[in-house]
Design a binder for this molecule. Structure first.
Ligand code: GDP
Length: 299
């Protein structure tokens, strides 16, 4: 019985909308009829997962005798939420001694600096004291940008003394300042150069060692631009091979209906998505909730 797999969708061209609106439109007002598999593939779940999810939905729908649109959506939502749920998706801010050090890695333009700004604001709102380290020392603009976020969030900025200064020395100083201020959190912005895996590995390794002389690393967050779709996968894999990543931040989920990439990455990399970015503003981020996300996908 193929009937339960058919859902109503809008035309193929997806307009730029918010995540909820964009993806909701996939299951919205009828214009076309398409197979769920195709919809999931278009939303960037990847072929394998799309087939798997469709099959599971079909099985579950048959088992439960579900066939109405509403019943199928509910089943699909529960199925997606279950698949997206991991026990390690919370930010690790509860164990070890202060300061909690968070390294932020990812290619240029992914949204590292913006994410740090948003996260530091959220932490400051929760009365955590925060020191930001501008270890992306090769771009003066990156340092200035981080400085702006530090001002806006009320965090301390540790900046390089000169352009091109060893990023590891900035990372070291950041932790040193955090310790001297009894700060709760140190967040270190790194350069996103990926032209050479060995260089990247050397640089991140050096930063790690500099930090670990004084403190433990609580998180290594890999920031990924969700609008890169499946192309983000190769980049992400390269980083996970060199950086001991502990969690993913998916940015720009506001500008795409392709939220399935979140599922693809989480399962392919076997890493939790911890935060999502949904805009350029300081409050435009959220801790990842599988339930909310799945709801947005099929509501
Ligand atoms: P970095 O080079 O990795 O530090 O990237 P930036 O933080 O400088 O971000 C690159 C661009 O992406 C900037 O124009 C940001 O405003 C934008 N950006 C970052 N996160 C988001 C997001 O969640 N949504 C949207 N729409 N834009 C974002």
């Amino acid at each position: 019985n193929a009937e339960p797999l058919v859902v109503e969708v809008e035309s193929v061209e997806l307009p730029k909308r918010t995540l909820g609106e964009g993806i909701r439109s996939l299951f919205g007002a009828p214009v076309d009829r398409e197979d769920l598999e195709d919809i999931l593939i278009r939303a960037d779940f990847g072929v394998e997962a799309s087939v798997e999810i469709s099959e599971e939905l079909k099985r579950e729908a048959n088992r439960q005798g579900a066939s109405s649109d509403a019943e199928l959506r509910l089943l699909l939502k529960d199925l997606l939420a279950k698949k997206l749920t991991r026990s390690d998706s919370a930010l690790n801010l509860a164990s070890g001694s202060l300061p909690y050090v968070i390294l932020v890695v990812g290619v240029n333009g992914a949204g590292k600096t913006t994410t740090i700004g948003k996260l530091s604001k959220w932490l400051r709102d929760g009365d955590w004291s925060v020191v930001l380290g501008a270890a992306d020392t090769f771009r003066a603009a990156a340092v200035e940008q981080l400085g702006t976020w530090a001002d806006r969030s009320g965090s301390t900025l540790v900046r390089p003394e000169r352009e091109g200064q060893d990023p590891a020395s900035v990372a070291y100083q950041t932790v040193e300042v955090a310790l001297s201020q009894n700060a709760d959190i140190a967040i270190i912005d790194t350069a996103g150069r990926l032209q050479n895996k060995k260089d990247l590995m050397d640089e991140l390794g050096k930063i790690r060692r500099a930090v670990e002389k004084q403190a433990q690393i609580a998180e290594v967050l890999l920031v990924i631009d969700s609008t890169m779709g499946q192309n983000a996968m190769a980049q992400a894999k390269a980083f996970t091979e060199v950086a001991e990543v502990t969690g993913i931040v998916m940015t720009k989920l506001d500008g795409t209906a392709k939220g399935g990439i979140l599922y693809s990455l989480q399962s392919a990399l076997d890493l939790p998505v911890k935060l999502v970015g949904v805009g350029e503003g300081i409050n435009d981020f959220a801790f990842f909730s599988p339930e909310e996300f799945a709801k947005g996908l099929v509501a």
